[in-house]
Design a protein around this ligand. Structure first.
Ligand SMILES: [Zn+2]
Length: 163
């Protein structure tokens, strides 16, 4: 059985790190290199992914399924979304280089019913996730341990309130 357990642990670690790769992200218009990994077929910045996995597991125990609709976005992807937004289609989008989806910290989470949203509102902050864009129930940002009680830490006040 010992062998089985070791294999399981290795397989788990492998799954968590094997597909991590470098990607070009943006923070406030400045190019930066970030690490992204795969979460159920979506690219997600590695620290955000780790925190999301822990949060999703806790939610699952309460019968709530959290899944990601959009995680890390490349500059090109954000440029396309911004163009759509400017043309009057699609959701509010920040100009390319300025979305927190490009810094890796923002996740759009499927809000299919009130269960997922209510759970996130009540428990997201415990896992470092905060809702930062008014009117976008699905947009959550991983702010780590910076502040677990305040919905929008003052440190981020100057951030654009767009996705
Ligand atoms: Zn978003």
């Amino acid at each position: 059985m010992r062998l089985g357990v070791s294999f399981f642990v290795l397989a788990f670690l492998g799954a968590a790190t094997a597909d991590a790769r470098n990607a070009t992200g943006y923070v406030g218009g400045e190019k930066t290199t970030i690490k992204v990994t795969d979460v159920n077929g979506k690219d997600v910045e590695i620290r955000t992914a780790k925190a999301f996995r822990v949060m999703a597991k806790a939610a699952r125990k309460k019968g709530v399924t959290l899944s990601i609709r959009s995680g890390f976005r490349s500059y090109d992807k954000q440029a396309k979304l911004y163009k759509k937004y400017r043309q009057g289609e699609g959701n509010l989008a920040a100009p390319p280089g300025f979305s927190n989806h490009e810094s890796g910290r923002a996740l759009d989470i499927y809000i299919t019913d009130h269960k997922a949203f209510d759970w996130l509102q009540a428990h997201g902050a415990q896992y470092g996730f905060h809702r930062t864009v008014p009117g976008e129930a699905w947009h959550w940002e991983y702010l780590g341990d910076e502040d677990k009680t305040v919905a929008r830490p003052s440190k981020h006040k100057r951030d654009r309130k767009t996705s």
